[in-house]
Design a protein around this ligand. Structure first.
Ligand code: NAD
Length: 490
């Protein structure tokens, strides 16, 4: 019988009263790893109330003392990096190398949040009028919460959590029900830091738990990452309840290749962007737009690379790409490829229904290339979230930029070129929150905001860096005047 996961509320691991559970599976083998309870709203209520109680004293802990827990956590995460990465590979499918890199970015966010004693400082101006001073101070918001997606179970919670608690807030986190094991392990490390009970709470679950978070009166700010329809729903419901919201959604990321781009480097980077993490990255290249004469050499080189990608179980040596998250996802991806063909695209490399020796039960899709994708077709605008790269050709950079800007997504756009002028034009005109110039996965470092525009982001302040500090603090402005008759002695 697989282990039934627990929630972590008020410093205690506790069984959920959930009547429903889901199997957590290894997508490479379809083997059951654990059972995750779909916690009822009452358990979110318990977590939020514990966080509200803990907030009373946690906000009074000096910031330089608060970050000491994060320094400890960084050390523990480094010591346990391989174990965390192994867990990510087991439940999420990505390769061990990809999983390690994911945890590395999580650790970077802890490091940046350790700068909160500097980052959280406010502003003061003396003598805004004679003898009157004005100051802006940043105070924590209260209880905050995060709702996470399946594709980066170790990293995405860290775009928010370390900043939230370093700023003096307390926290409730709900991992994706598809990949809850990684956060269980992370929470065990958080527990080892000696963080006071109730400061960070974990509730497993799905829609009912999310709705309870969105409606809970004690929860003041919510970070969400997931698909755009759910992001929009979460944003609207949370905002209607008066909460501060930041909701990152899905993507369809174009990369533009000019004829003067470096063939080898561009090919390597494009392959990694399109097929790394089996295309299940919100910053995966999913449309490759060649300009003019770039079409032939780059199509040929990408096709060669796609064919030779080593697909298998992410813990096996030499594997470059793991499975997609589950059978349902594989079926969805394959039906979108079929839809692309119906819309007139040509399958240049067909990765559907592959046989991966020794892993016949796994949810594998091999790298797939769709040529002659029409810009107005559904397949050009739909997020596939799998190892499928659509390809099309235009004649000018202006056409390429118009194509980038015509879509409703705005997570990432990349340009490959050796022309500085073309790069500047692209950076200036492309409508996306993360831009890559000769970069295929333009994932901002922890000290920059993880941007996103249009339907890829609902809100204002993003995760990571200074944006996170602003999101997790509220400003208070104080105007002060003191009267003193200096002729009177104390
Ligand atoms: P998802 O939207 O299915 O789920 C995300 C979270 O929302 C989960 O915790 C889930 O339990 C919850 N949820 C799902 N349906 C819900 C509903 N109807 N009501 C309330 N809550 C619900 O996303 P996913 O499949 O886990 O993740 C993949 C998606 O996330 C992709 O679209 C990807 O582009 C996106 N993503 C975006 C970013 C970004 O930075 N913009 C980063 C990673 C992933």
């Amino acid at each position: 019988m697989a282990e039934r996961l627990q929630n972590y509320i008020n410093g205690i691991w506790c069984d959920s009263n959930a009547t429903e559970t889901l199997d957590v599976i290894n997508p490479a083998t379809n083997e059951i790893l654990a059972q995750v309870p779909l916690s009822p709203g009452s358990e979110v209520d318990a977590a939020a109330n514990a966080a509200a109680e803990a907030f009373k004293s946690w906000r009074r802990v000096p910031p330089n003392d608060r970050v000491q827990y994060l320094f400890k956590l960084k050390g523990l995460m480094e010591e346990n990096l391989d174990e965390l990465a192994r867990t990510i590979t087991l439940e999420c499918g990505k390769t061990f190398g990809e999983a390690r890199a994911e945890m590395q970015r999580a650790i970077e966010n802890v490091e940046v949040a350790c700068g909160v004693p500097m980052l959280m400082q406010g502003d003061v101006l003396e003598d805004i009028a004679r003898g009157i001073d004005e100051m802006m101070i940043r105070q924590p918001v209260g209880v905050c919460a995060a709702i996470a997606p399946f594709n980066f179970p170790g990293m995405i919670p860290f775009w928010f959590l370390p900043y939230a608690i370093a700023c003096g807030n307390t926290y409730v986190i709900k991992p994706s029900e598809k990949v809850p094991l990684t956060l269980q392990k992370v929470m065990q490390l958080i527990e080892k830091t000696g963080l006071p009970a109730g400061v960070v709470n974990l509730v497993n679950g799905a829609k009912e738990a999310v709705d309870a978070i969105l409606d809970h009166p004690a929860i003041r700010a919510i970070s969400f990452v997931g698909s755009s329809p759910v992001a929009k729903y979460v944003y609207s419901r949370g905002a209607a309840n008066g909460k501060r919201m930041q909701c990152q959604g899905g993507a369809k990321n174009p990369i533009i290749i000019l004829p003067d781009a470096d063939l080898d480097m561009t090919t390597r980077i494009t392959l990694d962007s399109a097929f790394g993490c089996a295309g299940q990255r919100c910053l995966a290249a999913s449309l490759m737009v060649t300009v003019g004469k770039a079409k032939e050499p780059f199509t040929e080189a990408i096709a060669e690379g796609a064919k030779s990608r080593v697909v298998g179980f992410g813990l096996d040596e030499g594997v470059q790409m793991g499975p997609v998250i589950n059978h349902a996802s594989r079926e969805r991806i394959e039906s979108l490829v079929a839809q692309g063909v119906e819309e007139g695209a040509k399958v240049l490399i067909d990765g559907r229904s592959p046989q991966v020796s020794g892993y016949e039960q796994g949810s594998f899709v091999r790298p797939t290339l769709l040529q002659n994708v029409r810009p107005d077709s559904l397949i050009a605008q739909t997020e596939i979230f799998g190892p499928v790269l659509g390809m099309l050709n235009v004649e000018t950079i202006e056409e390429a930029i118009a194509l980038v800007n015509s879509g409703h997504w705005g997570n990432m756009a990349c340009l490959f070129t050796s022309s500085g002028a073309a790069a500047r034009k692209f950076r200036y005109e492309a409508e996306a929150g993360n831009i890559g110039i000769n970069i295929g996965v333009a994932a901002p470092m922890a000290f920059f905001p993880f941007s996103g525009w249009k339907d890829s982001f609902f809100g204002d302040l993003h995760g990571q860096g200074r944006h996170a500090v602003e999101f997790f603090t509220q400003t208070k402005v104080v105007i002060e005047r003191w009267f003193q008759d200096w002729s009177r002695q104390f």
